[in-house]
Design a binder for this molecule. Structure first.
Ligand SMILES: Nc1c(NC[C@H](O)[C@H](O)[C@H](O)CO)[nH]c(=O)[nH]c1=O
Ligand SMILES: CC(=O)[C@@H](O)COP(=O)(O)O
Length: 134
């Protein structure tokens, strides 16, 4: 069976998430999975509703989130990441579908973010493994 993935990708820090999206697509192809739908959202905080819509679709086996949360002058990055990560986990359990975390940060410089674009590949790999094993 070919595994169908949904991608939810943040437009925030798009230079990074564009690269991550391409890496994720390449890795999905390498693993024999299909990216059936890609939904762009403004930022990581805005992901949960898009994830939920994709989880509701019977033709999507797992959802991969792709974003990058870079530190600013305040703790805003912490709020964005903590809430998104918690909701990602909650939605996965609510819909009985893997929803994986391809989002480095918070507390991360732009340089560190560039070094962590492979989080997208890791999230694709985790999604495929979970669908196969569960
Ligand atoms: N600071 C980052 C954000 N912030 C934006 C929020 O995610 C959201 O779009 C806004 O609050 C409107 O609801 N988003 C990222 O993806 N990365 C960041 O570093
Ligand atoms: C880098 C950002 O846009 C985000 O983490 C928030 O920045 P700030 O804390 O300076 O408002």
């Amino acid at each position: 069976m070919t595994i169908s993935l949904g991608f939810v990708v943040a437009e925030f820090n798009r230079d990074l998430t564009y690269q991550m999206e391409l890496l994720g697509r390449e890795h999905a192809e390498f693993l024999g999975a299909t990216v059936k739908e890609t939904v762009l959202v403004p930022g990581v905080f805005d992901m949960p509703l898009a994830i939920k819509k994709l989880c509701q679709r019977e033709d999507i086996d797992a959802v991969v989130t792709i974003g990058s949360v870079i530190e600013g002058e305040t703790d805003h990055d912490q709020v964005v990441m903590q809430h998104a990560a918690r909701k990602i986990m909650d939605l996965s359990l609510e819909f009985n579908k893997p929803v994986t975390l391809g989002i480095p940060g918070p507390g991360m410089t732009r340089m560190a973010a560039h070094e962590r674009v492979d989080y997208a590949k890791r999230a694709v790999e985790a999604a495929v493994k979970l669908v196969r094993r569960l």
